[in-house]
Design a protein around this ligand. Structure first.
Ligand code: 0RA
Length: 660
């Protein structure tokens, strides 16, 4: 695009310069087109974009260590020990290669013909985008015995590359501070989000050492504080890659085989790495990646995996007469119940499709993966007959359970088809019928449900009271899930059905009745437990509802600070302290602080004002930042093993402390 125009105009330095400026100006004008959004996701995406360049250098074989530092001012520094971005003057461009890489869109791969670029962020836009969206970038290059530096402000170089002095090191150091004019919501980095991604990258790129260090003081910027111990830091390194990853994800599940099944293949020219492990659970947890990008919409690599898995297991079972007693057909999904698997492929020219551009389209990948799986799995089954029997037994169990669950699932399907009259009796529906405008509140308990019914705007807000704790679906077999009345009520009220033309078990959201599904529970331990149970259900059985951004959590206030007729609601302790000071004007006498223990303590008007009125409420949208990590945490928190759960709650005690 702009970049090509600049090349055609070559020769005139100033003219080119203008073109380039236009390029980065375009990024600043429409940042979402380049990095997805300007919220939390986009902000963290900047880090991934820089790290990806270092990962490429590592995959090319020149870099072993990548360090990410969150500086005190929420700027980020990425250090690698690769060859260093070249600094020599690029003849055609009339300026240093470094400057080109940092100021020309998509210039990243231009200078490296020898290393084929496999890594690369979701949007693959390169480090120049990060430069455009940062108030300040500092690039420091250690190369050929010298240290070089160049700085930029909102994408514009402040001076040509300069020599700083001799250096005996090698590598690239990029420091950037995201522009608050672009990221208007927040420029504060979340340690957990970065840590989860770096851990994932370490598993996906075995042998590369990644580290994360947080230099911010705990009290200031961080959302989760673990003060006392000084700066937080972690090292991520995996020698066995996906073999380690699958064991990390399945750490708290009961395994059916001694070791995961692992394969690595490059036979077809497409590097493929897969690890899989069966457990005694009921969910299917398959995570797929292309060039280190989590392909949440799947694609040809996932289809290839499924095909290879189904045909190989079925052939093996048939050959050994293991299915002879079965009186009904086995479904492809039965082969994946209780399966945790990770598929990672590297594709030279990936075609990404789908709504979020995370679905691989390259048709040649299907057969390559399917073949690789068939060969490796076949070998494994032949060599490990005991494991093979455990796996086939599990498949038969899944098929039997599915058979039993079919009736229960049909209950859900039939009821929703009837609509109108088929709606649950407890639902107080809204009058509007346009899903985009409608909201439903899932409310804990009948009494809070009553208050919400009185307080709501019945034109567009529906209320579904839930009785106490809903079923923990993490530990329940499928038929139990669909037999649960509360869960059936959720399906029916939302208008969500199961089964599409292509897939009898797929979620069908075409008749979804509300585009905001709001979980509203008390701000105490019981309330967050109930919210977690509902979220677990959504994560395991209505994941597309979350992925489409339909799920929200209501945040009722924690305090009411009152003096005479003056009232202020507070959501945090800081707000409460400030409110007491302001309302009391220095004197605390006459100031009354009410701690809301539950929704039931508010009257209908208060509930509307604080929690339900779109003008004043705070809704938190539920997103899946990192699907693999979310999967691991749900299985740990809601599964059978107690010690890891206790450990997790103790390290994240801030949230559990609310009632202390
Ligand atoms: C182009 C050519 C060469 C290295 C790099 C790019 C490079 C880019 C980044 C970005 C972050 N870290 C990086 N490390 C290296 C090498 C050219 C040569 O030395 O022959």
């Amino acid at each position: 695009m702009k970049e090509n125009e600049a090349n055609l105009n070559s020769g005139q330095y100033s003219a080119e310069n203008i073109q380039v400026l236009e390029g980065l100006e375009a990024v600043r004008k429409r940042p979402s087109m380049y990095i997805g959004d300007v919220g939390s996701r986009g902000l963290h995406h900047l880090v991934y974009e820089v790290v990806d360049n270092s990962i490429d250098e590592a995959l090319a074989g020149y870099c072993n260590n990548i360090d990410v530092i969150i500086n005190e001012d929420n700027s980020i520094t990425v250090v690698d020990d690769g060859r260093g971005i070249p600094v020599d003057i690029h003849e055609k461009e009339g300026r240093s290669a470094l400057e080109v890489v940092l100021t020309v869109l998509h210039a990243g791969g231009k200078f490296s013909k020898d290393s084929y670029k496999v890594s690369g962020g979701l949007h693959g836009v390169g480090v120049s985008c990060v430069n455009a969206l940062s108030v300040r970038v500092i690039a420091e290059i250690h190369r050929d015995g010298m240290m070089y530096r160049q700085e930029y402000e909102r994408g514009t170089p402040l001076y040509p590359v300069k020599e700083v002095g001799p250096s005996d090191k090698r590598g690239t150091i990029i420091t950037f501070k995201p522009d608050h004019e672009i990221f208007t919501l927040s420029t504060v980095y979340n340690y957990e989000i970065l840590s989860a991604r770096l851990r994932e990258l370490a598993y996906l790129n075995k042998g590369v050492k990644l580290s994360l260090k947080d230099l911010r003081s705990a009290s200031e910027n961080q959302e989760s504080e673990e003060s006392v111990s000084g700066p937080k830091s972690e090292l991520f390194y995996s020698e066995a890659g996906l073999l380690d990853f699958v064991q990390y994800l399945d750490g708290t599940r009961e395994k059916l085989t001694d070791k995961p099944i692992y394969l690595e293949s490059d036979k077809t020219g497409i590097p493929i790495e897969i690890a899989m492990q069966y457990n005694s659970g009921f969910s299917e947890n398959i995570h797929s990646y292309v060039n280190n990008i989590n392909t949440i919409e799947g694609g040809t690599h996932l289809s290839g995996f499924r095909r290879g898995l189904t045909t190989t297991l079925k052939n093996y079972a048939d050959k050994n007469g293991m299915l002879s007693k079965l009186k009904f057909e086995i479904d492809a999904a039965d082969f994946r119940e209780g399966l945790t698997a990770i598929i990672s492929v590297k594709v030279a020219e990936p075609q990404f499709e789908g709504q979020t551009k995370t679905k691989l389209g390259n048709s040649e990948v299907m057969a390559a993966v399917s073949q690789a799986v068939s060969i490796a799995l076949d070998n494994y089954l032949e060599e490990n007959p005991k494991d093979a029997k455990n796996i086939i037994d599990k498949v038969i169990l899944a098929a039997t359970a599915r058979h039993a669950a079919r009736k229960a699932r049909e209950l859900v399907q039939r009821k929703t088809v009837m609509s109108g009259s088929g709606l649950p009796g407890k639902l107080a529906d809204c009058s509007d019928r346009d899903p985009e405008k409608c909201e439903i509140f899932l409310v804990e308990g009948d009494s809070a449900g009553g208050t919400a019914k009185t307080g709501r705007d019945r034109a567009f807000q529906a209320i579904l009271p839930l009785r106490g704790k809903i079923l923990n679906v993490e530990k329940a077999m499928e038929h139990k899930v669909f037999e649960s009345e509360e869960i059936r009520n959720i399906f029916t009220a939302l208008g969500v059905t199961i089964g599409t033309e292509e897939d009898s078990k797929a979620l069908n959201l075409t008749k979804l009745r509300y585009h905001k599904v709001v979980i509203m529970t008390d701000a105490d331990v019981d309330g967050s437990h109930i919210a977690t149970l509902i979220l677990t259900f959504f994560f395991r059985h209505m994941q597309d509802l979350i992925k489409n951004g339909y799920v929200y959590i209501a945040t009722p206030p924690l305090y009411l600070v009152k003096k005479g007729k003056q009232e202020t609601y507070c959501w945090t302790d800081e707000e409460r302290i400030k409110a007491v000071e302001e309302i009391g004007k220095g004197r605390e006498s006459g100031v009354h602080v009410q701690r809301y223990k539950g929704l039931g303590e508010m009257n209908a008007i208060q509930l509307w004002d604080t929690t339900m009125n779109p003008e004043t409420r705070i809704l938190r949208q539920v997103t899946i930042e990192n699907a693999a990590e979310a999967d691991r945490i749900f299985s740990m928190l809601m599964g059978d093993e107690v010690p890891p759960r206790r450990e997790f709650i103790e390290t994240h005690a801030k949230y559990a402390n609310i009632d202390a």
